[in-house]
Design a protein around this ligand. Sequence first.
Ligand code: GCW
Length: 659
Amino acid sequence: MPFTVPVLPEGVDPAWLPPGAFRAVGSRRTLIQGSGPLVETVHGEAAWACARFGGGVDRAAGSGTSAYDLVFRVEQGYRDEEFACGRSGGTTVVTASGGRGLLYGLFHVVRLGEDAFHGERPAEVHRPAVALRMLDHWDNVAVHPVMGQVERGYAGGSLFWRDGRARGESERVRAYARLLAACGINAVAVNNVNVHETEAHLLTDRIGDVAALAEQFRAYGIRTHLSVTFAAPVVLGGPATADPLDAGVRGWWAEATARVYESIPDFGGYVVKADSEGQPGPFAYGRSHADGANMLAAALEPYGGTVHWRAFVYDHRQDWRDRSTDRARAAYDHFAPLDGEFAANAVLQVKHGPMDFQVREPVSPVIGAMPRTRLAVEFQATQEYTGQQRHVCWLGPMWSEVLRFRPDAETAVGALADGLVAVSNAGDDPYWTGHPLAQANLYTFGRLAWDPGAGPGDVLREWIGLTHPDAPERLVDGLHAVLDGSWRTYEKYTAPLGVGFMVQPGHHYGPSVDGYEYSPWGTYHFADRDGVGVDRSAATGTGYAAQYAKVWAEVYESPDTCPDELALFFHHLPYGHVLRGGSTLIQHIYDTRFEGVAEVEAAREVWGSLAGLMEPARHARVAELYEEQLRSAREWRDQVNSYFFRKSGVPDARGRRIY
Ligand code: GCW
C-alpha cells in the first residue's frame, strides 16, 4: 500500500510541520530511488508536498537525474541514520544507505527551504551524535486517582490511552510520529514509569495495544519501548517472587519477552523505575540494581532490545530532622559502585540533575562517574517544575548547558551519553503541548539530542522558521524576545541560586516556600533567621560536592568559587553574604523576584504587539496564558520576598513594596 501522510484531525495544530514549511520541496521535481518502508514514507511526504505546491515526484529516472531538482537515493557506504546532502549542476542530492537516513535527509531539506535549491554545495555528511533519542510518556492507560491520565501532563489527555483503553486514533499517533521524526527522535516509551495495575498488562495480554502504536511510530523510523513493573511476574500471575536471580523468574521474563517480539519485531525494550517512590525493585530480595537490570537485559538480548534502568533511586520517606541524609547524594551512592557490572544492553537512565528537574541544578555527578556503564541522560520536557505549560519557559539553554558540561573537564555530557531522553510534554491538546510556545521545547529536545553541541538559539530559529513560514521579521524578533530568555526569567521569580522546590506540595504549581520543608521528600532549603541553603561541601556539609571529579569538587566546595547560580545548592549562606556577582544574598533574593516579574510584564507586552501576525486563536491562547503567568509570577515574588523579609528582618535596599 502506498504511504500516505497522516491527516490531522480537524482543529489540531500542525506545529512545526505546517504545509507552508514544505513549499520549497513541494514546488520541485523530485526523484526517489530505492525501496523499503521508510523510502515509501519519504515518497509519500514528497508526493504530499508536491500535490500542494505544484512539483512532481518520480520513482525511476527516465532521462537521468539531471532533469530533477531534488534526488533521494539509496547508496551503500553510510551508517544507519546517516545521510549526505549536496548540490551540483542544479540538482540537490540526498544519499543514505536506507530509508531511515533518507527520511532525516528529507526533513533536513525541509529545514533548509529555498536555500537547499540555490548555488552549489559539496555533499556534507550528517549523522546523529547520540544513537538513542527518546521520549518517555508518563501516560497512564487507566485514569489514576491522583495523577490522572497523564502523570505531570499539562497538555490534556494521552494521545494513546483514555479511560483504561487504547484510543485507537492511528492518524493522530502517526501525525505525532511525523513531528518527532522531523526533529530527530527515534524512540518512544508509551506508558508511565510508575506502572499501575492496568498498565502492567501491556506487557502480556494487552501487548496488541502497544503493537498498534508501534505500527504508527515505525512508519517514521521510531522504535517503541514499554515501561514495565519489576514485580510483573508476581502481578501477572507468574512465579510468586520477582527475585532477579530466581530461575523461574528469569524464565518468566524470557517467555514474556519472546511474546512481545512476536507482536513487535522491532520492539525497543523496557524502561524500569525500580525501588523508587514506592515502585518494586530488587532491594526487596537483597539483590543489586545491576542484578535487576541484567536479568531484563538477558531477556531482551536475543532480540536486540535494551533495558533502560532509571537511576532515580532515593529515600522518599526521609525524616526532615535527619540532617545527615542528602537526597542529592542518592543516585551516585547507589549506582557509582556498580560501574562495570551492567550488561551491554542495559542503559542506566540518569536525571540530568541530582534532585528532580528543578529550574537549576548542577549536573548529576553520576554522569561522570560510570565510564564502564552505558548512560542515558533524562530531561523533563513536561514542565512539572518550570511553569506547567502555563508559563513560557523555553528550556533549550538549560539543556544545552547540561550537554556541554564536562564532568572530567574533557568530555562533554552530550558526548558521554549513549542516549538522551525527555519526558514528553505532548498530549491530546489541539496545540499538542497545551501552551503553543511549549512546542519549542519538544522540538529543541529532539534537535539537541541529534546534535548536543548545537547552539540552542540556532535550534530556536529553526523552530520559528518552520512553525511560521514566511513570518515577517517583526514576528521572528518577537518570538525570540519572548522565548530566548524565558528560562532565566522563570528562574528569577521562582527559585534562583539553585535553592529549588519552594513549590506547592503534590501538584507542584505555584509558590509555597516551606511547602516541603518538614516533609519526608528530602527537598529542604533550611532557611532560618540567619541564612538559607544546603551545605553540601565535603568539609562541613553532606559531602555531596566530593562526588564530582576534582576539578568540579574544588569549584563547588567553597562559596568563593562556586558559581552564583548554584550557591544555595552547595552552601548555607548568611543573608549578608556577598555573592560573586556583588550583591548580598538577601538583596539578590529581592532583586531577582522584582526583575523576573518585570520581565514577564515586558514579554506580555511584546506578545500583545504580535497580534495580527499569526492565527488569531493561537495568539489569543498565549495572551490568555500570559495573564496567568503574570499573576503567578507576582505571587511568587510577593510570597518569597515576604518570607525572607520576615525571616531576616533586612529591608529591600531599594525600598520596594514587600508585604
Ligand atoms: O519528578 C518526579 C515526579 C513524579 C515522577 C518522578 C519520576 C513518574 O513528581 O511524578 O514519577 O519524578 O521521575 O519517576
